[in-house]
Design a protein. Structure first.
Length: 131
């Protein structure tokens, strides 16, 4: 589990994570969001889709310091993603988890592609990876 990271009891080999726009806390999703409206599709194998929905998301795995994370999203994407990132980084701040954020590197639901943004991501990884 990424949340066990460097401080976990096991010998996690995960040293860092790159996370783009996504849902990290499903229980906090607005009922008007696209994801919430598709809940029954995403949780089709569960007998209680709403209960299963509320237990999903990476935010629930962060009980203590997590591995360093580089996070990115565009404000031109669905507004829910900005809210999700703020919830995630707030928890990471509380647990002392190192993170860096890249905002508005492009448009919509996309990944960074410009050389300067890729260098920023690479520099982050280089600074946190064990040799």
């Amino acid at each position: 589990k990424a949340a066990d990271g460097l401080s976990g009891k096991g010998s996690s080999k995960i040293q860092a994570a790159l996370l783009g726009p996504g849902v990290f806390d499903y229980a906090a999703m607005s009922e008007s969001s696209r994801e919430y409206k598709n809940m029954s599709t995403y949780c089709s194998s569960a007998s209680d889709a709403k209960a299963a929905w509320g237990q999903q998301g990476g935010i629930y795995g962060i009980k203590r310091r997590s591995v360093p994370c580089f996070l990115f999203y565009n404000t031109t994407d669905d507004a829910e993603y900005a809210t999700q990132m703020k919830r995630l980084t707030s928890l990471m701040d509380k647990t002392g988890s190192r993170h860096e954020m890249l905002i508005d590197y492009g448009t919509g639901h996309s990944v960074p592609q410009e050389t300067e943004h890729l260098r920023q991501m690479y520099s982050f990884l280089k600074s946190v990876m064990r040799k």
